[in-house]
Write a protein that binds this ligand. Structure first.
Ligand SMILES: [Zn+2]
Length: 312
């Protein structure tokens, strides 16, 4: 009996041996339950920061391989979230991007406090995302086209649109209009930033106003929707593009599916609010994979130039 106990204890406390193959527990009947051991060995199988598990096909992908493929699963084409800087880097020509308003930061004008104060939230998000706010804007070159490019980043307060996001985008659009170049905005957002109340809602009208002036000059605006794009952003600048593109599988909508289901008390159709569903129903013009985005943008910009819309 004593020998059996000792043997069981050795299996349980072994922290060194990597359990590539989980130990055979079929003979163990006492002391520890099977799930506890399985969970432990799983944790050891995936060292943090080296591998990612694809939520769609469940494959394990080496981080460096995922980065090299612009954070798109090699096996099933699932698009993982990507930061604004990485995305800009994947689109513009080397050293051609000049950032605008890089130092612009949000302030807590309403002194808003919910679970945490807005000020504390801003400080924490700046630290974790290494960004000043949820959008990066600037002028860069894609192929031979100079463009005004704005890219949102979900890692800063869920990509929410506050005064700074709205102001930076408006200034970007105006810079595009002044220079006579196309505007491209890549969105990912949970919507308006409610910590800023009415000031965040005003950004919807402000950005759309600037886009209307841009359009009057017959200059193109391309909107690219990525996962997820919702609420105040979808209800303003993100859906008024001359061309609206989306990444595969992106969830796009105004209110979330759960809210709609609860409100309407109706079953939602399969694929509701996915980019593919919205393309079928006419909101989105084309679904473009992240790896093909740059080539496709160059093609569209060439086409718009030929079609009479001016680009530099
Ligand atoms: Zn996958």
């Amino acid at each position: 009996m004593a020998t059996t106990l000792l043997k069981k204890k050795t299996v349980v406390n072994d922290p060194v041996e990597p359990a590539v193959t989980p130990p055979d527990l079929t003979t163990e009947t006492t002391f520890l339950t099977k799930p506890k051991l399985v969970a432990k060995s799983k944790k050891r199988d995936i060292p943090e920061g080296l591998w990612d598990k694809c939520p769609k096909c469940k494959s394990l992908i080496y981080d460096k391989e995922l980065d090299a493929n612009l954070k798109v699963c090699i096996k099933c084409n699932h698009h993982f979230p990507i930061g604004a800087r990485e995305r800009i880097h994947s689109l513009v020509e080397t050293c051609s991007f000049e950032e605008m308003d890089a130092q612009m930061e949000s302030i807590d004008i309403l002194k808003f406090t919910g679970v945490a104060s807005y000020e504390a939230k801003l400080a924490a998000n700046k630290k974790t995302s290494l960004l000043k706010d949820a959008v990066i804007t600037g002028i860069g070159r894609i192929g031979h086209h100079r463009v005004a490019l704005g890219v949102m980043d979900f890692s800063f307060l869920g990509g929410s649109m506050g005064s700074v996001v709205g102001e930076k985008l408006t200034r970007l659009i105006e810079a595009g209009t002044d220079r006579g170049i196309p505007v491209l905005i890549i969105s990912t957002s949970g919507g308006a930033r409610m910590y800023e109340g009415m000031f965040s809602l005003m950004q919807m009208a402000k950005t759309c106003g600037a886009l209307a002036y841009h359009s009057r000059r017959r200059l193109p605006y391309i909107s690219i929707l990525t996962h997820p794009t919702y609420a105040g952003v979808i209800a303003s600048f993100a859906t008024v593009g001359d061309l609206i593109l989306a990444e595969p599988g992106a969830m796009i909508g105004f209110a979330g599916p759960r809210v709609i289901k609860d409100t309407t008390q109706a079953e939602l159709p399969p694929g509701f609010q996915t980019a593919e569903f919205l393309q079928e129903h006419g909101l989105i013009d084309a679904i473009v994979s992240r790896n093909e985005m740059k080539d496709r943008l160059m093609y569209y910009l060439d086409f718009m130039k030929v079609g009479g819309l001016a680009t530099e």
